[in-house]
Design a binder for this molecule. Structure first.
Ligand code: GDP
Ligand code: MG
Length: 342
């Protein structure tokens, strides 16, 4: 199971550059809009010092980090929901992602067209949000009128939830900002509303332009500077004490997606990190590793990664009684090292 994050925003804000840094892949980067038409997909390893620490004491043949997928989606512009600038196509790409990384332009450069015409994170966020909201409104209108034609009592519940969401969305509320019970959320899952997805804003700064920080979950990052670091050789980076430092960004994505990491050791052969949704139970975690571990789940042995490191080895941890036996309903914790028994 892997989760995908769609990089979106207005044209010329640094999306493709960010994608390149993240995936260290060469993509088309140019100072004009719509260089990117097909979404670029990149698989990124999630850096995790815990994986390295566990590997150090287990000494496996293989170390496998967990991954996250990034998609470089072409720029959205005003009117995208009506199809402007290939808008509909881009919005469909966003629909397929689990979360949104929205790049906001906070750098001043007269050579690179500023589509918004000014530096204003809040205004820029509003432009994008409006497009996403309009698209959701369109989905809501079509779905509501479809359901209304059915006159079926069973769909009344769904219809009422959709109408409640429509009310919020028409007032400019993102679906994620509308208060919904868990069962209501499940009921509307099939619609994959764009504004229901978690968003992390990346303020792409040149470290000199003034701006007002938005009251939304965001990171301030100098994307261009990171790109320059990427061009340097390992030695040069060491000498200049420069690091790409993408940890904050990748963990930020993990965070908004509500994800945790757990580890398996496979009899000392392979130390591997896995991704699960917060609140997953032992049996579901088993399913992430291997379908048999879910189907034939009996029990699992669990130890917190730090306890394992402090003990020095699995054998010593066992002697100390730090390895717990848990059943299928055990709620997985971030940093658990787990062995499934079938
Ligand atoms: N001055 C400056 N230029 C940037 C920065 N980030 C990206 N660019 C440039 O802006 C142009 C468009 O960048 P790109 O990543 O293709 O933007 P996209 O349209 O959002 O994908 C390129 O020429 C980049 O080199 C930045 O932080 N500062
Ligand atoms: Mg681009």
């Amino acid at each position: 199971m892997s989760f995908s994050v769609g990089i979106t925003g207005l044209p010329n804000v640094g999306k493709s550059t960010l994608f390149k840094i993240l995936t260290k892949k060469k993509v088309d980067i140019a100072p004009h809009p719509f260089t990117t038409i097909n979404p670029n997909l990149g698989i990124v390893q999630v850096p995790d010092h815990r994986l390295d620490s566990i590997a150090k004491i287990v000494e496996p043949q293989k170390i496998t980090p967990t991954i996250i997928e990034f998609v470089d989606i072409a720029g959205l512009i005003k009117g995208a929901h009506k199809g402007e600038g290939l808008g509909n196509q881009f919005l469909a790409h966003i629909r397929n992602c689990d979360a949104i990384l929205e790049v906001i332009r906070v750098f001043d450069d007269s050579d690179i067209e500023n589509v918004l015409g000014e530096i204003s994170p809040e205004k820029e966020i509003q432009v994008i949000n409006t497009e996403l909201l309009m698209k959701d409104l369109e989905t809501l209108e079509t779905s509501i009128s479809k359901l209304e034609k059915k006159k079926d009592k069973a769909i009344l519940k769904k219809l009422n939830i959709l109408k409640k969401i429509r009310e919020g969305v028409s007032q400019g509320k993102l679906v994620s900002e509308i208060e919904l019970k868990n069962e209501e959320k499940l009921e509307i899952k099939e619609y994959q509303f764009l504004t229901e997805k978690p968003i992390l804003y990346i303020l792409n700064t040149d470290s000199k332009t003034d701006f007002k920080e938005p009251e939304r979950k965001h990171l301030v990052m100098n994307i261009k500077e990171k790109e320059d670091i990427l061009e340097l050789s390992k030695e040069e980076r060491k000498e200049l004490k420069l690091k790409l430092n993408l940890k904050e960004l990748i963990t930020g994505c993990y965070d908004i997606l509500n994800l945790i990491t757990f580890f398996t050791i496979t009899g000392g052969k392979e130390v591997r990190a896995w991704t699960a949704t917060k609140g997953s139970r032992a049996k579901e975690a088993g399913g992430i590793v291997h379908s048999d571990f879910e189907k034939k789940f009996i029990k699992a042995e669990v130890i917190n990664w730090q306890n394992l490191i402090d003990s020095g080895s699995l054998v010593k941890a066992r002697e100390k009684g730090l390895i717990r036996i848990v059943g299928k309903d055990y709620v997985l914790q971030d940093g658990d090292v787990i062995e499934f028994k079938i």
